[in-house]
Design a protein around this ligand. Structure first.
Ligand code: NAD
Length: 309
């Protein structure tokens, strides 16, 4: 049934102002209130960024995560308490696709090195063979959902050779060859860029480790806009420190925020972004669109879209 009071958890403030989001839902039926964890009892539905175990004991029927990745939520406990969980997949393909292109362009065109030199007022041209064109460079996109397709279509538009990895290796627009996960090593072996776009699950945790870095080209770059634990971070640190691979563009990490003493911060061949690949000025409106649609569905007795639990 449709909620009477929809809570907007104050944690959404990490991504957009809770007030702006609340106001964008003013055309909907439920009372929309900004709440902290201590006062969610007043709500029967909650839109949130953070997860807290106390959500389980409140009177919630439905929780909406403003992130696509819901790996921090305890699916079994939610199921037991009959709390529906929906996520925000389906909306980040364009922006995360653009961020991924930005990271690949930075490495190919050496923009990250120029920016570092600028900070020291240093005019330094790259060696003749440092820069290369993205056109005809290859990218293997691991995971071909919303993010993966957003990356693949943009990479294809810049003339890159695009391959991908998908559990059911059926054809995907803009992807020249699709491999099943069992053939991951073969898929990544020839790629100049390996871009990760899978959710964090039991199957994908640690899917990129020492053996995969060995399988990659030594001039390859890893791009991770998925989730930190998809990559074994110690193996990644080894790979970039030993220059076993050429570098890495990383938006997500084993521990976030990335600890100050992480060796990844100081490396020229690593670009660190603070889990910001999906940040965009209309993020709140994209989330409001999903929430509005689910309020309509609940009112009409239809099943929820983007339902995970
Ligand atoms: P999605 O559900 O649209 O796509 C995920 C795809 O991965 C699906 O097609 C699924 O079949 C595939 N997949 C799952 N397991 C796989 C495996 N073992 N091998 C190959 N493919 C596999 O989700 P999405 O919106 O594309 O987001 C994907 C993930 O990216 C999210 O779960 C989230 O963790 C992360 N994400 C990060 C950011 C960011 O800010 N960096 C933003 C959005 C999403």
């Amino acid at each position: 049934h449709a909620p009477e009071t929809l809570g907007v958890h104050e944690s959404v403030g990490d991504v957009f102002p809770a007030t702006v989001f609340r106001d964008s839902l003013s055309d909907t039926d439920p009372t929309v209130r900004i709440v902290g964890t201590d006062d969610i009892d007043a709500c029967d539905a909650l839109v949130t960024f953070a997860y807290d175990d106390r959500f389980l004991d409140a009177d919630l029927d439905w929780i909406h995560s403003i992130q696509a990745g819901v790996d921090r939520f305890p699916f079994d406990d939610l199921r037991k308490r009959e709390i529906a969980l929906t996520n925000s997949t389906g909306i980040h393909g364009d922006v995360v696709g653009e961020t991924t292109m930005g990271l690949m362009l930075a490495f190919a065109r050496r923009l990250h090195v120029h920016r570092s030199n600028q900070e020291r007022s240093e005019w330094r041209q790259p060696a003749w063979d440092d820069a290369f064109p993205l056109r005809r460079a290859s990218v293997c996109v691991v995971g071909l959902g919303t993010l993966g397709q957003g990356i693949a279509t943009r990479a294809a538009a810049l003339g890159m050779d695009v391959t991908g990895v998908k559990r059911t290796p059926t054809p995907v627009d803009g992807v020249d060859e699709v491999y099943p996960p069992e053939r991951l090593h073969e898929a990544i072996a020839d790629a100049r860029f390996v871009a990760l776009a899978v959710p964090l699950t039991d199957d994908t945790e640690g899917m990129i480790g020492a053996a995969e870095f060995d399988a990659m080209r030594d001039d390859a770059y890893l791009i991770n806009v998925a989730r930190g634990p998809v990559v074994e971070q110690s193996a990644l640190v080894d790979a970039v420190e030993s220059e076993r691979i050429a570098g890495a563009g990383l938006d997500v990490f084993e521990t976030e925020p990335l600890p100050e003493d992480s060796p990844l911060w100081g490396r020229e061949n690593v670009i660190v972004t603070p889990h910001a690949a999906a940040f965009t000025d209309d993020y709140y409106e994209r989330i409001a669109t999903i929430v509005r649609e689910n309020l309509r569905r609940l009112g009409a007795g239809e099943s929820l879209t983007n339902r995970v639990v």
